[in-house]
Design a protein around this ligand. Structure first.
Ligand SMILES: Nc1ncnc2c1ncn2[C@@H]1O[C@H](COP(=O)(O)OP(=O)(O)OP(=O)(O)O)[C@@H](O)[C@H]1O
Length: 305
């Protein structure tokens, strides 16, 4: 089901299907046109265009050195650019003032967990910087750290520290939250709990830009994914459609006369119906597979980076 906030903005509609307007879109959460950032002779970001809609979770994927962190830090106002236009919540980050910054939440890879302060003290201190902060106790509840409110940051486990990082990132009630590889080092259960937290933030209307190397995470969380390779955006799509996944042939496999059989087909429903007619009951070990996000991602970046 398509959500209202994921529909194209009026600018996108005016430009027509598949065409990106040449000006940045002030309605978008993030709108980037022709972004260039050079380090010496080398362009780390080399003509990047991107639109992130308000209310969506957008995952930025790309190999090491592709330009993700550079792009994100330019959006956060922490790095200058050498060319192109950027609007974040309608404002050029190079000129963003305090009020604009207060609408951003940033969860960096290395968090604030080492403090001598208690978790609640840290949150209360952070909240004091904002005009309309969330109640620190409500934030603790949201991130599942209520019982750790009195604990010092450095006594928390890795997963709990990341929750604290998110708590610190959202206590100011940001409209846009940047999450940089948020679940690195998590055990599988902690990752699932963290994903639930991110989804509940989306329900509260927070737009999120997530960078991750975990394709399953992007698939679980993101409304859309963008792949950066060599400083440019290679493709943007919903996770199920990236790299033509949605229309790629399916591979049907089953066991027959004790042998594993496979067949590639563009009409798996018809194929399985025919197959089912050959067996009295269930088709043994039936599976229908399409290319995974990882398959298409690796193909996309394979010859570009
Ligand atoms: N301050 C800097 N000075 C010089 N070169 C830099 C600087 N920051 C980044 N680079 C280079 O720019 C390129 C893009 O780096 P960036 O950190 O944006 O990539 P990334 O996609 O975030 O990678 P990763 O997945 O490893 O975090 C790399 O080649 C990197 O070496």
């Amino acid at each position: 089901m398509q959500k209202d906030h994921l529909l194209p903005t009026t600018r996108e509609l005016a430009a027509g299907p598949g065409r990106r307007p040449t000006e940045p879109d002030p309605e978008a959460a993030i709108s980037i046109r022709g972004l260039v950032k050079r380090y010496g002779e080398r362009a780390a970001v080399d003509g990047l265009d991107l639109d992130i809609r308000r209310g969506e979770i957008f995952a930025l994927l790309g190999p090491n050195g592709a330009g993700k962190t550079t792009t994100v830090e330019i959006c956060e106002g922490y790095r200058g650019r050498d060319g192109g236009e950027v609007r974040v919540l309608g404002v050029d980050p190079a000129k963003g003032g305090r009020r604009w910054k207060a609408d951003l939440g940033i969860v960096l890879q290395s968090g604030a967990g080492d403090s001598q302060l208690s978790v609640r003290e840290l949150l209360t201190a952070q909240a004091s910087y904002f005009a309309d902060p969330r109640d620190p106790d409500e934030v603790l509840e949201l991130v599942g750290l209520t019982e750790k409110g009195g604990a010092r940051g450095r006594t928390l486990s890795g997963g709990q520290r990341r929750r604290l990082d998110v708590a610190l990132g959202i206590v100011g009630r940001p409209k846009l939250l940047f999450l940089d590889e948020p679940t690195t080092g998590f055990d599988p259960e902690a990752r699932r709990q963290f994903w639930a937290l991110i989804r509940s933030l989306r329900e509260l209307g927070t737009t999120m830009l997530l960078t991750t190397h975990y394709l399953d995470e992007a698939e679980e969380l993101a409304d859309r994914v963008g792949v950066i390779a060599r400083g440019r955006l290679a493709e943007v799509a919903v996770p199920t459609a990236l790299g033509g996944r949605g229309t790629a042939p399916a591979v049907v496999s089953w066991t027959e006369h004790g042998t594993r059989r496979t067949a590639e087909t563009t009409t798996p429903t018809a194929f399985v119906t025919e197959l089912a007619a050959r067996f009295p009951g269930e088709v043994p070990d039936l599976a229908v597979n399409r290319p995974t996000l990882e398959d298409v991602y690796l193909t996309m970046i394979g010859d570009r980076s």
